[in-house]
Design a protein around this ligand. Structure first.
Ligand SMILES: Nc1ncnc2c1ncn2[C@@H]1O[C@H](COP(=O)(O)OP(=O)(O)OP(=O)(O)O)[C@@H](O)[C@H]1O
Length: 264
């Protein structure tokens, strides 16, 4: 008896992106199954950010198909992600300076606030109930990430590592089916990266995670599956052990290092 593997949440099928004459992604195919951490790595300029932006709807592919839960995603916009069940954190933190930590996290919970627009206007009891339950949820996520004591603070008053966790809380509060993390380890200390790694593994109880990251160590530790890009093409695709042992990957990274050394 064979056990069918679960249908992927997200599929990229031969995605090609061009910027003028430059091919940023060439026929990139990958899948994100449920309850899985998928890493996207590659040297500078490999196309990682472009791939992230295609998934988020910031960049339109010239060719290829994107599918979410089996349905084609055409012309989706970043604003539609939450409704689809996709949340993201960006390279920059993207926190609102004028809002407290708690308010920032509440801003990420829009998907759950459907009744709020109108109900708030009329000040109904339902609006008050919605707000109370959202606030409780936001506080719970802040607690889970160990930053609930900062709920009333403004982001700029907090250390960078704490701000990054707030950005993560804001993405998680919408209870996404898939979480996209763009360079989650950048700017973090070794101890903070260890904590992040453990946390990402725990997320798979409820969500799939796509990690676009320079930090090889984090990717090797947390990912079930890794896609390696170089000059916009997938040059390797497999488990961390398979990718680590692939001579093409070593060559791509060593090549990039040699180029940087000779430029320095
Ligand atoms: N908006 C754009 N217009 C023109 N070229 C672009 C644009 N965005 C990216 N590129 C080019 O596409 C290629 C892939 O870039 P991308 O930023 O996706 O790579 P990356 O793997 O994220 O790199 P890094 O690790 O340096 O962030 C690069 O050659 C880059 O210069």
């Amino acid at each position: 008896m064979t056990i069918a593997s679960p249908s992927p949440l997200l599929e990229l099928d031969r995605i090609t992106v061009r910027f003028g004459g430059l091919v940023a992604l060439r026929e990139v195919t990958m899948a994100v199954p449920p309850a899985t951490v998928v890493g996207v790595i590659g040297p500078n300029g490999a196309g990682k950010t472009t791939l992230f932006n295609v998934i988020c709807g910031f960049v339109r592919p010239e060719q290829g198909t994107l599918r979410w839960r089996g349905d084609p995603l055409r012309n989706h916009s970043p604003r539609e992600l939450a409704g689809l069940g996709i949340a993201r954190t960006l390279q920059g933190l993207g926190l609102f300076a004028g809002l407290t930590v708690l308010e920032n996290v509440l801003a990420g919970a829009q998907k759950h606030a459907t009744a709020q627009g109108f109900a708030n206007l009329f000040g109904t009891r339902k609006a008050a109930r919605d707000e109370a339950s959202l606030t409780a949820k936001a506080r719970h996520v802040l607690h889970e990430l160990g930053v609930d004591q900062h709920a009333g603070a403004f982001p700029r008053m907090l250390p960078y590592g704490v701000q990054k966790r707030v950005a993560l809380a804001r993405a998680l509060v919408s209870e996404p089916a898939m979480l996209l993390l763009d360079e989650p380890a950048s700017g973090l200390s070794g101890a903070e990266i260890d904590e992040l790694a453990e946390r990402i593994r725990r997320f798979t109880d409820t969500t799939s995670v796509v990690v676009v990251e320079h930090h090889m160590d984090l990717v090797m530790r947390v990912c079930d599956h890794i896609v390696v890009l170089n000059f916009g093409e997938v040059i390797a695709d497999g488990t961390p052990a398979e990718v680590r042992a692939d001579p093409l990957v070593t060559e791509a990274y060593l090549g990039a290092e040699t180029e940087e050394t000779s430029r320095a």
